[in-house]
Design a protein around this ligand. Structure first.
Ligand code: UDX
Length: 438
């Protein structure tokens, strides 16, 4: 198959590199510098296994071009993988999806399948179809085409693996032709991995599956975070509570790790957008709304807890972890942003360290740059610190020499907001230790 991918961001690039194992894939991006880097085998994002895959298939079955007309005319399946940032009122900003749809309408030359992989609210595929039709009307020609919804379920840090070993592939179609094209497209991947479930639905159901899945996972996290607050009060241990709950197969043990709340480029944005879509349709999603509220409150509670144990004014606070989760340099909506800003407002000076996320993080807190020192490693970060806060559960923090850390610190207060040492008796004895719900 000849596949064209529009947008080489996170989703577009992972999808292209994986699909080029099986098909001929060409990618387009409006950003010429990105295209140039990718054409030279330089991966522009930090993602496990992605650069290897890029270089394996580059110029064999994977190509990068900066001409959208060529991309549309020379391929028979066109993926839309552009960003859908948060717009006004929390709804998804669809301007890039619409711009791309217009270009497709301007250049489409024969029957094609247009696949929407960008995360978009229910009803967007219909809008994409009508935009393409508007352009065809302007050109006074008729060309048949299908619009398919094929949401992604990639986690940052394990995105390549998440696609190669997906739990499911969801394909929302409204014609036999589209159904046939999509099953041919995914056939080699499904043949290679029989555990992947392939589900065909209507376009609207596929669009909703994406949002409902993310909102459900976000709700699971907020649920366990709230139970963790109760656990702390009643003397229970959230790690055991979560383990005990997770043994029930109906509940499952995933996404029950209590912490300082979810962040990233998906959950916060998608939860808001789903609430907005529901509001527009006269439905009040009170459970999802509560998940969002709890996620906001949890950060404020954490800061309150820290400030109740230590007067942070004029103190040096070491922070380990700025990325919203490990194995990524992404700091979007990271709990670290809120927590660090609040501590600085309370008069603290921050020593910060993250293995990948420091450059991205700086942009979120420029107004506080005089109060934040970015350190070379986890040990420099704790030197003379009054307290250490662990915000992201990177492995290097789990494996740190905590004896050395204690020696370097001025005071031995440790806030472990991801519970990485919650089961470590020695660390809990050696430090004034505060976990989450333990
Ligand atoms: C998520 C979805 O998992 C993925 O399917 C979708 O396509 C995009 O959004 P991602 O944002 O990469 O992926 O990260 P994920 O691993 O899901 O974690 C999201 C946030 O939840 C992180 O801040 C993480 O620290 C937090 N989290 C996750 C918890 O606090 N507890 C958990 O048990 C799990």
């Amino acid at each position: 198959m000849r596949i064209g991918i529009i947008g080489t961001g996170y989703v577009g690039l992972v999808t292209s590199c994986v699909l080029s194992n099986y098909h001929n894939v060409t990618c387009y991006d409006i950003d010429k510098e990105k295209i140039e880097n990718l054409s030279n085998g330089k991966c522009i994002i930090y993602e496990n296994g992605l650069e290897d895959l890029l270089n394996k298939n580059l110029n064999k079955s994977l190509f990068f071009i900066d001409n959208i007309e060529k991309l549309v005319t020379e391929n028979n399946v066109i993926f839309i993988c552009v960003g859908t940032p948060q717009g006004e009122n929390g709804s998804a900003d669809l301007q890039y999806v619409y711009q791309v749809s217009r270009s497709i309408g301007q250049f489409i030359n024969k029957r094609k399948v247009i696949v929407d992989k960008s995360t978009v609210p229910v009803g967007t595929a219909k809008r994409v179809k009508s935009i393409i039709n508007e352009e065809l009307l302007n050109r006074k020609i008729e060309i048949p085409f299908d619009v398919v919804s094929n949401p992604e379920f990639l986690k940052e840090g394990s995105a390549v693996n998440d696609l190669l070993n997906a739990d499911r592939i969801i394909v929302g179609i409204d014609s036999v032709d589209a159904s046939e094209a999509m099953s041919i497209l995914y056939y080699p991947l499904l043949e290679e991995n029989h555990n992947i479930k392939y589900l065909e639905t209507t376009v609207e159901s596929a669009e909703l599956i994406k949002y409902a899945s993310n909102a459900f996972l976000a709700t699971k996290i907020s649920f366990i975070n709230e139970i963790a607050m109760l656990a702390e009060k009643v003397g229970a241990n959230i790690l055991d509570v979560a383990k005990g709950m997770g043994l029930d197969k109906r509940i499952g043990n995933k996404f029950l790790n209590a912490g300082c709340g979810y962040g990233g480029s998906c959950f916060p944005k998608d939860v808001k957008a789903l609430i907005q879509t529901a509001n527009e349709n006269g439905i009040n999603l009170s459970v999802v709304q509560a998940a969002q509220d709890v996620n906001q409150n949890i950060r404020a509670n954490v800061v309150e807890k820290i400030c109740s144990k230590i007067d942070v004014k004029d103190k040096t606070i070491a922070v380990w972890g700025l990325a919203f989760k490990p194995e990524t340099d992404d700091t979007r909506e990271s709990p670290a942003i809120y927590i660090i800003k609040e501590l600085v407002k309370h008069g603290a000076t921050i020593n910060a360290y993250d293995p990948q996320g420091m450059e991205n993080f700086k942009w979120n807190v420029v107004e506080y740059m005089n109060n934040i020192r970015y350190c070379k490693n986890e040990y420099e970060c704790v030197a003379d610190a009054d307290c250490l806060i662990i915000i992201t559960d990177w492995n290097i923090f789990k494996e740190a020499d905590m004896g050395l850390v204690k020696l370097k610190m001025k005071n031995n207060i440790l806030f472990d907001l991801r519970n990485i040492f919650a089961k470590n008796k020695e660390i809990r004895r050696e430090f004034e230790y505060y976990g989450i719900g333990v």
